[in-house]
Structure formats: C-alpha cells, structure tokens
Design a protein around this ligand. Structure first.
Ligand SMILES: NC(=O)c1ccc[n+]([C@@H]2O[C@H](COP(=O)([O-])OP(=O)(O)OC[C@H]3O[C@@H](n4cnc5c(N)ncnc54)[C@H](O)[C@@H]3O)[C@@H](O)[C@H]2O)c1
Length: 349
C-alpha cells in the first residue's frame, strides 16, 4: 500500500516529535514541514523534505494526503480550516482550540465539509488506556464509585522563561490536566460537573501551579485529580508510562491512577487488578493480579490511525466534537475555581 504523504505544520517540540515518528515508521511519508522560522527550515533540511512558510504556500505547491497541526493553540482554527477546505484530513494537537467558540467553529467546518479531524489526545492510543477502558466498560470493576488521580511533577525554572507560561492559560490546567480530563472521559465515561480550587502559592505567577479538582461522572462516580507542576514527585501518567522518551526510567514502577468499583479496583498504568477471590469484605483477604498488555508507542499508533482515517478505513478515536467536550470540561476547571462553586457541563446542548 502506498504511504500517505503527510505535512507537519509547526516544527516545535511536538511537531518535531511527530516528524520523527513519521520518518521512523512505514505507514506515512513526511512530505513537508511548514513553519515560518529559521528553526523550522532547519527541521525541513534535517529531514530532507520541502519547507514552506505557511499552509497556503504548501497547498499552492501541491497536495498532501493529511496534515498534522502542531502550532500554538490560538492558530489551530485558521491553520486547520485551510486543510479542511481542501478536503484534507487533519490531526490537530490538543487542545483543539484555545476557546470553545473556536473549537465549535472547527467542528462545524469539519462536519459540513465531511472531512475527518482528529485531536491529538495521544493517550487514547496507548494500549494501557484501551485495556483499562475495556475493563471498566465490560463491568470488571462492577459499578465505578471512585477514581483518584495524581499528576504531580516538576517543571524546571527555565520552563518559565517564556512569558506566556507565567500568564493565565499557560499553566498545568490547560497544558497538562487536559490530558487527564480526556483520559477520564475515555476510560470512565462522561463528566457531568466540575469543582476546583487552584493555587499559585509556590511560584506566585499569574498562572496556577497547582489545582485540586473534583469531577462527577454520569453514573455517579466521583473523581479527584491533584495536579501540580511544582512538586518533586514521580506520580504522573507521563513519568510512569514513559510515553515520551524525554522522561527517565523510574527506579521502581509507580501508579498515578486508582480506579475503584463495587467488584474490583484497578491501578494505572501498572494495570494491577485487586479483588476478593472468595467472600468480599474489608476483613477478608484481597488478591492482586496484573492484567497483561502489550506496550506500544501511542504517538506511532496515532499516526497509523490518522492514515487509516484518511483512507476511510477507521473512524476517528477522538473527533473534533469529542475534543471540544474535553476542552469544555477543562475550561470548566478555571471557571469552577473562579466562582467557588460546581460547574455543570452542557456540552453545547
Ligand atoms: N500531545 C502532546 O503530547 C503535546 C505535547 C506538547 C505540545 N502539544 C500541543 O502542540 C502544540 C504545539 O506545542 P509545542 O510545545 O510544540 O510548541 P512550540 O512553541 O515548541 O512549537 C510551535 C511551532 O509552531 C510554529 N508556528 C507558529 N505559528 C505557526 C503557523 N501559523 N504556521 C506554522 N508554524 C507556526 C512556531 O514557529 C514553532 O516552531 C500546542 O497546541 C500544544 O498544546 C501536544
């Protein structure tokens, strides 16, 4: 089967990572790099592919089969629209857009044109997340009652040299927590309401450095998420799974997610399943088994999926409409913290 010709738009941190994955794999061909900077041109030279200053120049020069939009959030809408208008499927990085209005405009344009748009919530492509979803959805845990998530890690001081990262919107809620919100929706089901407290007590920047969040899910399960980017800790999905090779090997396996139900509990990412082999009750012996899973790189699987979607062989694992719901739930964290009360989610209904 011929390789799909893929353009990467935005050759920064994640754009370069996507280019590496495409170049290393055998499902797609890196066809172009689009990024107006000298650094962007250097990335094109590195991969030996044509370089364009913007998506219009790329589209004028000839067509590509699919595009990855890995530019800053506020450009996701206009850049993606250029491809949608040409009927070219897009993988747009998370968050789908910087505002709900933009996210809805992108979703409407994609639906009207009948063009597939995927959102880069790459964790959905991790076999661990898929196994957990299967276990929860098949009822192995019984009725889900409680989920605890720790997302604590340390961003070094140098990270904050860029001004926007010290400002509202540049913090762990929109950059990191959004991954948890999407993972919870994917594994456990829809979020109905959000409560939150945020804090900037450690760094004192305008942006939060920590947040404590309570989610109520459809079906009644309660979720707590503690996120902090100023804590010395290994308890994060990113460090525990090493989805990205930027994270070092931990000396021992750790978990970041604890899912409890009326029949069993599950930890992630180690997939330890705890349940009673005999009589159930807190004074009875409880047993642990580890659910087997074949580990795989979610970023590579995401590219394979994009190719399959572009060929019409698969439906998006996360569509524009779905990515908009994740954005709505994440933005509600800031709103709930601001008003000091729960925010009910309507998802545009
Ligand atoms: N899924 C993930 O794991 C993940 C990880 C990091 C970032 N992201 C997301 O990816 C996006 C990019 O983040 P980043 O950390 O790589 O940012 P970055 O600042 O490192 O890179 C952005 C690049 O886009 C280029 N650019 C800006 N405007 C452009 C335009 N109009 N056309 C073409 N290129 C343009 C910049 O020159 C820069 O090279 C963000 O939406 C971010 O939230 C996702």
């Amino acid at each position: 089967m011929a390789k799909l010709r893929m353009a990467v738009v935005g050759a920064g941190a994640i754009g370069r990572a996507h280019a590496e994955v495409i170049a290393a794999g055998n499902v797609a061909e890196l066809a172009a790099i689009v990024d107006p900077t000298d650094a962007g041109r250097a990335v094109a030279v590195h991969f030996g592919v044509p370089w364009f200053v913007d998506q219009d120049a790329l589209l004028a020069a000839g067509t590509v089969d699919a595009a990855i939009v890995a530019t800053p959030n506020q450009t996701h809408l206009p850049v993606s629209l250029a491809f949608i208008e040409r009927g070219i499927p897009v993988l747009v990085e998370k968050p789908i857009a910087s505002t709900l209005a933009e996210a809805r405009a992108l979703t409407a344009a994609a639906e009207k044109a009948g063009v597939a748009v995927l959102v880069g919530h790459h964790r959905r492509h991790n076999p661990i997340a898929r196994r957990a979803r299967d276990l929860v959805r098949s009822g192995t845990l019984g009725r889900l009652t409680s989920v605890s998530v720790l997302y604590t890690f340390l961003k070094p001081d140098s990270y904050f040299e860029l001004d926007w990262r010290r400002r509202a919107g540049g913090g762990p809620v929109l950059i990191n927590l959004i991954h948890e919100i999407d993972l919870i929706r994917f594994i456990c089901g829809e979020i109905e309401s959000v409560q939150a407290v945020t804090s900037n007590a450690v760094r004192g920047f305008e942006v939060e450095d920590s947040a404590a969040v309570i989610l109520r899910l459809a079906g009644g399960a309660l979720v707590t998420v503690n996120v902090s980017d100023t804590a010395v800790a290994p308890w994060s999905w990113d460090m525990a799974t090493r989805e990205s090779q930027h994270y070092p090997q931990l000396p021992v396996p750790v978990n970041s997610h604890y899912l409890s139900g009326t029949a069993a509990s599950l930890t992630l990412p180690q997939l330890d399943l705890w349940r009673y082999p005999g009589k159930a009750g807190w004074h009875e012996p409880i047993a642990r088994e580890t659910v087997p899973v074949e580990r795989a790189d979610p970023y590579a699987e995401q590219i394979r999926h994009l190719c399959a979607v572009a060929r019409g062989e698969e439906q998006p694992v996360i569509s524009a409409a779905d990515g908009t719901r994740t954005l709505e739930a994440t933005l509600a964290v800031h709103e709930a913290a601001r008003i000091g009360a729960p925010v009910a989610l309507s998802y545009g209904q």
